[in-house]
Design a protein around this ligand. Structure first.
Ligand code: COA
Length: 163
């Protein structure tokens, strides 16, 4: 059984992430989308909220599971018998960071390999921060995230503005 892990912050999941999830889920028997806990970034959504949004937007993909993790990714991969880490490459600027991460992970655990999927061109410019910034200034984010997530972002921003 080939198990892959797609790790990330997913704050929130975008159409770019979903594109990677859909494509990579066809390459493995089970794809675990794993939300990193204790992220140094200050997130808009809690880990639980991010997991719940991911569950909703991937519910039609039968071999995808959603989870969260803390600590080292290679330890989490080992615990889940995963041999593949999936990452998306949007532009050349992602490359150096991703290369460093994959090489470090491989030195720590030579049984785990990282595969990179080039993000579909229409999403190559996307990041969760951009989406949040557009939403904060009242812009329409429905081109960037699934409708369900767009609603959650708008609800969250309303509660932030009230408090
Ligand atoms: N579509 C849209 N956006 C994408 C994307 C895609 N296909 N791929 C990446 N992004 C964006 C994300 O939205 C995120 O944007 P943001 O910075 O605006 O939030 C950004 O790219 C970073 O990507 P993300 O996938 O969230 O990675 P990360 O750098 O936050 O986390 C981990 C990467 C989780 C894999 C890494 O931190 C990790 O493994 N941590 C565990 C500790 C560990 O093992 N460390 C040793 C590794 S060297």
């Amino acid at each position: 059984m080939k198990i892959g892990i797609y790790p990330g912050s997913f704050d929130p999941v975008t159409k770019g992430h979903l594109d990677i999830i859909r494509r990579s889920s066809k390459m493995v028997d089970v794809l675990i989308v794993a939300v990193l806990k204790n992220n140094s970034k200050s997130p808009l959504f809690s880990v639980e909220e991010r997991v719940s949004m991911l569950k909703e937007v991937t519910k039609d993909i039968s071999n995808v599971q959603i989870d969260s993790f803390s600590g080292l990714l290679v330890d989490y991969a080992r615990k889940n018998n995963a041999s593949i880490i999936v990452r998306g490459l949007r532009a050349v600027t992602d490359f150096e960071y991703e290369l460093q991460m994959s090489q470090t992970n491989r030195i720590m655990d030579s049984d785990v390999d990282t595969i990179f999927l080039t993000t579909s061109l229409e999403y190559a410019y996307l990041s969760s921060s951009t989406v949040k910034e557009v939403a904060m200034y009242g812009g329409d984010v429905s081109k960037f995230v699934p409708e369900y997530v767009a609603d959650k972002i708008n609800d969250k921003i309303k509660t932030l503005n009230i408090s």
